[in-house]
Design a protein around this ligand. Structure first.
Ligand code: FES
Ligand SMILES: [Fe+2]
Length: 402
């Protein structure tokens, strides 16, 4: 298959990968049931008793914190006769109680009450055997993840060097400012791929292309389950849409001059700017339907932000997103009905898609590989360098060297 060929000869994925029901079902098991899947933002679980309910690879999962504040994840079905326990996000007391026959579970998932159950006698019944089924959970940076597989590497290994790359932002301290749901009539992979390449920038986003120039894009990929790019400088902006709020305090010169755009495998599109983050979390609903949840986070050093200032930044994103949604929905229509046979990828602009497609192929084939990072001597192939210093630093170093 063309995915496994080197980038200079590689093909895009076949249409079935985006439009076929059977492929979608297999992908749910091979990709979403074996990966670290993002289910929310850390502060959705910061209040005592807060619980969120999310669908991961077709399984309903409850996330909450136990009485010691540790994150816990459970499958959302009673161990008596399987009834759904929670309908959606809520605040729990000390127990999760089934509405059917009132079995109760503590916040570690232990079965702690079974009203009238044993009164008439029941043999070899030990409540310790009927606690909720647990799932692996993790908070990574500002995000919360679930992994249904026991075999998958720990999340720190999954994301490779990203923790280190992002360390300067201290994202675990940032807080959610606003969240908006968006429904997109396109396969989740089309949305991620579109985020990963800036080939379309000039034609789909003529406004953005003025403030985020193609030549300011660089690669930002080390070892890890992600595809990344950075723009440095972030903006040479007449409009200032991304600059209405103050930058985070304490960023180094590179972080404070750059935008980091990282597609976390499989389901997060993470955009980190010096003064805000935009997280787009994707939920694959059907081959041609994806729910996207957009959350903007602000750094801890940012105090009160007037609504009109935030709105400038948010609306810039929404305009941009609307342009992307239009084109990916059109992509979906073409793939679903156009008799598409796989085309070729541009090494210059679409190598991240090749990396992404190979991560998918690895999951489908049970290969537990974490991709390597870019080599700096790949520059002639990709047109730009790898993870550069901001231009001001380069300029000042050049001046000092003269
Ligand atoms: S199904 Fe939950 S208590 Fe009976
Ligand atoms: Fe775009």
């Amino acid at each position: 298959m063309g995915t496994r060929r080197p980038i200079l000869e590689a093909h895009a994925l076949p249409a079935a990968a985006y439009a076929d029901e059977h492929f979608f079902d297999v992908e749910r098991e091979e990709v979403f049931a074996t990966s670290w899947v993002c289910v929310g933002i850390h502060d959705e679980l910061s209040k005592p008793g807060s619980a969120i309910v999310r669908l991961v690879a077709g399984r309903s999962v409850i996330l909450t914190r136990n009485t010691s504040g540790e994150l816990r994840g459970f499958l959302n079905a009673c161990r008596h006769r399987g009834t759904r326990l929670l309908d959606g996000d809520c605040t729990l007391g000390s127990t999760i109680r089934c509405p059917y026959h009132r079995w109760g579970y503590d916040l570690d998932g232990n079965l702690v009450s079974t009203p009238q159950f044993a009164d008439a006698g029941v043999d070899r019944f030990d409540t310790a055997d009927y606690g909720l089924h647990t799932v692996r959970v993790a908070v990574w940076q500002c995000l919360v993840f679930v992994c249904l597989s026991e075999e998958t590497l720990p999340i720190e290994a999954w994301f490779g060097d990203l923790d280190q790359r992002l360390a300067g932002y201290r994202l675990a301290d940032w807080h959610s400012h606003q969240t908006l749901p968006v429904e997109i009539e396109a396969n989740w992979k089309l949305i991620s791929e579109n985020f990963q390449e800036y080939y379309h920038l000039c034609w789909v986003h003529p406004e953005l292309a003025r403030v985020s120039r193609v030549r300011d894009h660089y690669r930002y990929q080390g070892p890890g389950m992600y595809c990344g790019q950075t723009t440095t400088p972030i903006s040479s902006d007449e409009r200032g849409d991304w600059a209405t709020m103050p930058p985070a305090e304490g960023l180094d010169p590179s972080d404070s001059a750059s935008g980091r755009f990282i597609a976390l495998f499989p389901n997060v599109l993470l955009s980190i700017l010096p003064n805000h983050i935009c997280v787009m979390r994707l939920e694959a609903i059907a081959p041609g339907v994806t729910h996207e949840t957009c959350t903007w986070l602000l750094p801890p050093s940012t105090g009160h932000v007037p609504d009109e200032d935030f709105a400038v930044t948010r609306d810039f994103w929404l305009d941009l997103n609307a342009e992307d949604i239009d084109i990916v929905q059109r992509g979906q229509r073409g793939l679903a009905t156009g008799g598409y046979t796989p085309g070729r990828l541009s090494p210059r602009f679409e190598e991240p898609l090749h990396r992404f497609h190979n991560m998918l192929a690895d999951r489908f084939n049970g290969v537990p590989r974490i991709p390597d990072g870019d080599e700096s001597d790949d520059q002639p192939l990709y047109g730009t360098g790898v993870n550069p210093l901001p231009w001001r630093m380069v300029e000042s170093q050049t001046r000092e060297g003269n």
